[in-house]
Design a protein around this ligand. Structure first.
Ligand code: ADP
Ligand code: NI
Length: 221
């Protein structure tokens, strides 16, 4: 990578790290750091995944997430553009990075979320790998706690959201999120390397849910 590209990445990492260091909803710097590392690794084996766009997309993907900005889907792309312009980054990089941020989020089981570049595919895969497995379980409950949601309520059935609007408005218990999103992520990965990693993480979600539901009803007593 060219020295000036490396400098742009280093400055962006430091900017994001400072901003997210003490975040408690599961969207902390450590989440972004993992997505960055995993995306960088996936990009090496993904044809056409531009390294600079991949790394900047990963670092900035949650910079102003709609979940924390009143549902505003443009807050993230706008914040990323402003930051990259301040570093003198060109439009040929800013455009694809904005697209990654705009396209990356899960938007409901019934809503397709295609990524328009190979860099976007690896960043989305890395983000989704961090939503499953043991860390995924931890993050789901961190987010649910942050939002004041109950852990589980058997009287509230999961919903297969078929629009981003209904997915966004959802306030269901955290266990529902497993059925409404997390268990579907394995099937929606783009790269073979991410699919391989997802197998064990997905199996862990199923083990966790089985045990949780048995304990809920005291069936293990
Ligand atoms: P996305 O943009 O696809 O939502 P993020 O990187 O913003 O991905 O991560 C979302 C994280 O927040 C995931 O770990 C996910 O499990 C958690 N999360 C989002 N919505 C909920 C919810 N309703 N209940 C529990 N966890 C949630
Ligand atoms: Ni993320």
């Amino acid at each position: 990578m060219a020295p000036e590209s490396q400098q742009i990445i280093d400055r962006t990492a430091e900017f994001v790290r400072q901003k997210f260091l003490h975040e408690g909803s599961g969207h902390d710097w450590e989440h972004i750091r993992r997505v960055w590392q995993v995306a960088r690794a996936l990009a090496r084996t993904t044809p056409g995944a531009d390294p600079l766009i991949t790394e900047l997309g990963a670092l900035l993907h949650d910079i102003a997430d709609w979940k924390f900005h009143g549902g505003d889907e443009e807050a993230g792309p706008r914040a990323a553009r402003e930051w990259l312009l301040s570093l003198g980054v060109g439009e040929e990089v800013i455009g694809p990075v904005e697209a990654i941020i705009r396209e990356i989020s899960f938007k409901g089981v019934g809503v397709a979320t295609p990524m328009s570049t190979p860099a976007g595919q690896v960043v989305q895969d890395a983000d989704r790998l961090d939503a499953i497995g043991a860390i995924g379980v931890a993050r789901a409950f961190a987010y649910g706690g942050y939002k004041g949601r109950p852990l589980h309520d058997p009287a509230v059935p999961p919903i297969a959201h078929d629009s981003f609007e209904s997915y966004k408005q959802n306030t269901a218990p955290t266990i529902n999120h497993f059925y409404e999103k997390l268990l579907h992520l394995r099937e929606r990965l783009h790269t073979p390397a991410a699919r391989a990693v997802a197998e064990e993480r997905h199996a862990f979600l199923e083990v966790f849910l089985g045990q949780f539901l048995r304990e809920w009803e005291g069936q293990d007593l």
